[in-house]
Design a protein around this ligand. Structure first.
Ligand code: GLU
Length: 315
C-alpha cells in the first residue's frame, strides 16, 4: 500500500470538498441543545496535520465549534492517567451498546448497572466523576488545561453560551446521572449536579479543526508529541482510546464507518469528527448537518472519499 503525501491530498481536497458539501442538504443541525442549531448547515471544513507539522486545510476550516462527544475520548484518557485502568473499568464497561448515545435502557436491564462504555453519555458522566480535583472547578480546569496542552492552543476555552444552553436543556443527562447515583455507580460522596457541571463544561469547549487535528495527531503518534518527543499520554491509554473509537466512536454507525473509512474516529453532535491515520496524520472535519445516526453527513462522506482515494483503511 502506497500512502500519498500531503501534497497529493491537498491537490484533491477542493474537488472532494465540492462533491461532499452538496450532501449536507440531507442532514439536520442538532437542535436539542438550542445553541448548537445556530451553525451553518452547509459548512464543511477539513484539516490534516502530519508528524513534521505539515498542515493542509480546505473549506470552512476556521469555523469554531464545540467538542461535544469528541471531548469524551480525552476525558477518558485523563481519567486513566489519574486513576489507572482497573479503577476506571470498575465503573464503565468496554462494549458498544447498539442503543442511542443518551439511552438509559441498559443501565437497568443489564447487571451490573455500569455504563457499557465511556463514550456514551452515561459512561462519560461517570468518567467526569473520576477526574482528579478537589472541586468541580478544579476538575473542569484540569480538563481544560490538558486539552490546551494536547491541542497546542492555550487560548481554547468553554463557549459559555453553549454551556448554558446545554445545562438548561439537559433533562436526559440529569436523568442518567441521578439513575447512576441511585444504583451506586456515582458514590455517596459524589454530588450529581457538580459532576454534570464538569461534563457540560468539557462538552462545551470551543475548538477549530486545527485544534482537534493536533489532538488526533498525538493519538496517531501513540501519545508522544512528534515535534518535541515528549511522551504526554502513556501508549497503553492511547491504545485503549483508539480501540473505543473504532468500536463505538461513531455512535451506532461505528461498524459502517469502520468499513467505509477504516480509521479510529470520534464524532460529536456539533458536527465535528476527529480521526487519525496511525503513525501519520491527525485529521479533523467539521460539518454541522448530521445524519440520522448523529454524525456529520458531509464529514463522513468526505472521509469515505479520501479513504477510498488514498487507501487509508487500517483493515
Ligand atoms: N453534550 C452532548 C450531550 O450530552 C454530547 C453528545 C454528543 O456529542 O454525542 O448530549
Amino acid at each position: 500500500m502506497k500512502l500519498e503525501d500531503l501534497q497529493a491530498i491537498n491537490a484533491f481536497l477542493p474537488e472532494a470538498l465540492h462533491m461532499c458539501r452538496a450532501t449536507a442538504v440531507s442532514g439536520e443541525v442538532a437542535s436539542y441543545i438550542p445553541e448548537l442549531s445556530k451553525k451553518p448547515k452547509e459548512a464543511l471544513g477539513i484539516c490534516i496535520i502530519d508528524r513534521s507539522n505539515g498542515c493542509v486545510t480546505a473549506g470552512d476550516v476556521d469555523l469554531p465549534f464545540t467538542l461535544q462527544s469528541i471531548s469524551k475520548v480525552f476525558t477518558l484518557i485523563l481519567a486513566l492517567m489519574d486513576n489507572g485502568e482497573e479503577a476506571v473499568f470498575a465503573k464503565v464497561g468496554k462494549e458498544p451498546t447498539g442503543d442511542d448515545f443518551n439511552s438509559m435502557l441498559k443501565l437497568e436491564l443489564v447487571e451490573p448497572g455500569i455504563p457499557f462504555n465511556p463514550l456514551i453519555n452515561a459512561g462519560a458522566i461517570v468518567i467526569s466523576s473520576l477526574i482528579a480535583g478537589n472541586s468541580p472547578q478544579e476538575k473542569a480546569d484540569r480538563i481544560l488545561q490538558f486539552f490546551r496542552k494536547i491541542s497546542h492552543n492555550h487560548a481554547i476555552h468553554v463557549d459559555m453560551d453553549v454551556y448554558a444552553s446545554e445545562s438548561a436543556s439537559a433533562h436526559r443527562n440529569r436523568s442518567l446521572a441521578y439513575f447512576l447515583k441511585d444504583n451506586g455507580v456515582l458514590t455517596d460522596e459524589v454530588d450529581v449536579e457538580e459532576v454534570l457541571d464538569v461534563y457540560f463544561r468539557h462538552c462545551s469547549i470551543e475548538v477549530t479543526c486545527k485544534d482537534i487535528a493536533r489532538m488526533a495527531l498525538l493519538l496517531a503518534c501513540d501519545g508522544t508529541d512528534p515535534v518535541t518527543g515528549e511522551n504526554i499520554i502513556p501508549r497503553r491509554y492511547v491504545q485503549i482510546a483508539k480501540t473505543f473509537m473504532i468500536t463505538c466512536g461513531m455512535y451506532n454507525a461505528s461498524g459502517e464507518f469502520a468499513i467505509g473509512v477504516g480509521l479510529p474516529a470520534k464524532s460529536g453532535v456539533s458536527g465535528g469528527i476527529l480521526t487519525l491515520l496511525p503513525g501519520r496524520y491527525g485529521i479533523a472535519v467539521v460539518g454541522p448537518a448530521l445524519n440520522s445516526k448523529g454524525n456529520s453527513v458531509a464529514g463522513v462522506h468526505l472521509l469515505e472519499t479520501l479513504s477510498a482515494k488514498f487507501n487509508w483503511s487500517m483493515f
